[in-house]
Design a binder for this molecule. Structure first.
Ligand code: A2P
Length: 273
């Protein structure tokens, strides 16, 4: 399984992780345990998902040692001015003494507190309680301001990204600044995208499911990817993507599917607290 190097000294992130958004706390332990048994080593949760306890239980009872696993959590929008405290609360819910990656979940530009929050993340990072820090749903504008006004460049920016929303501008901006691109809803949440006829053709050609084709496309682009599934057979299906390679023509065919179509909120206006 591939890992990518973050801009943080020596920290590597497994490129394929397991997403747990919308998995209830009482189901998260089982889902994460299934994922870890399957071979996933990276789990992506958030304070707002309400399932850090379940995730933490699975991580703590995993067969692999903690240092072989990669755990991400995120700072919620209402916690920008109390980021350190909120981080401690996340750690306590997870039952861990560090996380591998801590992200600001949304910039919420209307609140105008993300720079202040980032300074707290820098401190958490310097204290070693998050091995790396980054952002989620940041735009060129909000990332530029963050980099201008603070010391540490985010290691990663996690954004909505799938074949219908390919985010070329953001990916180029990340690349130019040494920031990894991480894709949330990499499967476009399943319906619609996975039924697209262009993917059916590739599915037939490679003998892989449409979801596996899409995940392979992400991996070959260099994205970190965190498909979510609560279903054990799909959890395994989504991990079974390391035994084939999409050729350049087929990468281009998926590239041609872009519609700049968001499923989730627009980061410029999303301000749920
Ligand atoms: P389920 O949890 O029942 O498997 P995304 O990660 O893009 O947000 O997509 C998650 C959605 O896609 C969930 O509704 C999930 O449903 C579904 N899903 C996950 N993996 C697959 C797959 N391999 N094939 C079809 N649907 C999938």
């Amino acid at each position: 399984m591939n890992s990518l190097m973050l801009n943080t000294d020596g920290v590597q992130i497994p490129q394929l992780g397991f997403g747990v958004w919308q998995i209830p706390n009482d189901e998260a332990e089982q889902a994460v345990a299934t994922a870890l048994e399957t071979g996933y080593r990276h789990v992506d949760t958030a304070s707002a998902y309400g399932n850090e306890e379940g995730v933490g239980r699975a991580v703590r009872s995993a067969k692999r040692p903690r240092q072989k696993l990669f755990v991400t959590t995120k700072l919620w929008n209402s916690d920008h001015s109390r980021a350190e405290q909120a981080f401690d609360e996340s750690l306590a819910r997870l039952g861990l003494d560090y996380v591998d990656l801590f992200l600001i979940h949304w910039p919420v530009p209307q609140q105008d507190k993300y720079v202040q929050a980032w300074r707290a993340l820098e401190k958490i990072y310097r204290d070693g309680r998050a091995k790396a820090i980054g952002t989620s749903n940041f735009t060129v504008k909000t990332l530029t301001r963050l980099m201008d006004e603070t010391d540490i460049t985010p290691s990663i920016n996690q954004i909505e990204l799938h074949p219908y929303l390919q985010q070329r501008e953001m990916r180029a901006f990340h690349e130019a600044n040494g920031i990894l691109t991480e894709a949330w809803s990499p499967l476009g949440r399943g319906q619609g995208l996975l039924d697209d006829p262009a993917l059916s053709v590739l599915s037939g050609k490679y003998g892989k499911t449409p979801a596996q084709i899409v995940l392979r496309w992400h991996l070959q682009l260099g994205n970190v990817v965190i498909p979510k599934s609560a279903n054990p057979s799909r959890i395994r299906e989504n991990f079974n993507v390391f035994d084939f390679i999409l050729d350049a023509e087929d990468m281009a065919a998926i590239g041609a599917m872009n519609r700049n179509k968001r499923i989730g909120p627009d980061p410029d206006t999303f301000n749920m607290t």
